[in-house]
Design a protein. Structure first.
Length: 265
């Protein structure tokens, strides 16, 4: 314990440490609690503990004040066999909960109690962090999608979300305007090979090149299927301005609807 910590602990002999040093704010959501642990650990991938069965579980740090000694102790907790074991990590001595959580995670890592979860055999990812990031990418309800949907709804347009335009064809569009026969796809720059923002991967480059090329070929085939069935496919890159994208979609939808009203081929 350094001199500053010893000075703080000396002060705690006369009175307990402030609650902000160990107690979490009341009323926090589960999402906020998870984010707090991730920040303190320097990322979620470093929060794994090996269970008795050889598998890995995501762990958290809990802080407990011992009233008698007025010391703050840190414990590692995780889920195993329907229980929540607690493993003593060490004492922490900062004046804020955030700093004490960070200190506790450092101790746990230095003692080899936690670390990264090994990659599954044959995994395509180059590291646990890469695998976590890729698996966490949303397939729907991304920020660009939500913004475009909001703008179109404000314009009075109605649509189906994450639906298949063509019966029997397993291709899902982000927005489907059934009456106007318009299908909208909001494509991620990496996954669909954006010419402006997609950069070649430095690791597993052959795998990722084949993956992206396959996605692009599938996109082209999907557009062809829709065109043959009398539909119009609109593709929006995730980097595009949502206002301009929504305007382009609205113009096409209204044009197709007007043509249908007047039976224009």
């Amino acid at each position: 314990m350094n001199d500053a910590a010893e000075s703080r602990q000396m002060g705690w002999r006369d009175k307990p440490p402030p609650e902000r040093a160990w107690r979490g704010r009341q009323g926090r959501t589960r999402k906020a609690i998870v984010a707090e642990q991730d920040r303190a650990a320097g990322g979620r991938e470093g929060r794994y503990v090996k269970r008795k069965d050889g598998d890995y579980a995501l762990a958290s740090i809990t802080l407990k004040l011992l009233p008698r000694t007025r010391r703050i102790r840190a414990y590692l907790r995780w889920s195993e066999d329907g229980r929540s074991p607690a493993l003593y990590v060490g004492e922490v001595d900062h004046l804020t909960r955030a700093a004490n959580l960070e200190q506790a995670w450092r101790i746990a890592k230095d003692r080899g109690l936690v670390g990264e979860r090994p990659l599954p055999e044959g995994s395509w990812a180059s590291s646990p962090a890469t695998r976590s990031t890729m698996r966490g990418n949303r397939g729907r309800d991304t920020a660009p999608e939500l913004r475009i949907r909001s703008l179109l709804h404000r314009e009075g347009l109605r649509y189906r979300v994450s639906a298949r335009p063509l019966p029997g064809v397993r291709r899902t569009a982000d927005l489907v305007f059934t009456r106007a026969r318009v299908a909208v796809f909001v494509d991620g720059c990496f996954w669909h090979g954006c010419p402006d923002h997609c950069r070649p991967a430095r690791t597993n480059s052959d795998f990722w090149r084949a993956k992206i090329d396959g996605n692009r070929a599938r996109d082209a085939q999907t557009d062809q299927f829709l065109a043959e069935a009398g539909w119009r496919a609109i593709r929006i890159w995730e980097h595009e301005d949502p206002v301009q994208a929504a305007g382009r979609i609205a113009a096409v939808v209204r044009d197709f609807a007007a043509r249908d009203d007047h039976n224009v081929p």
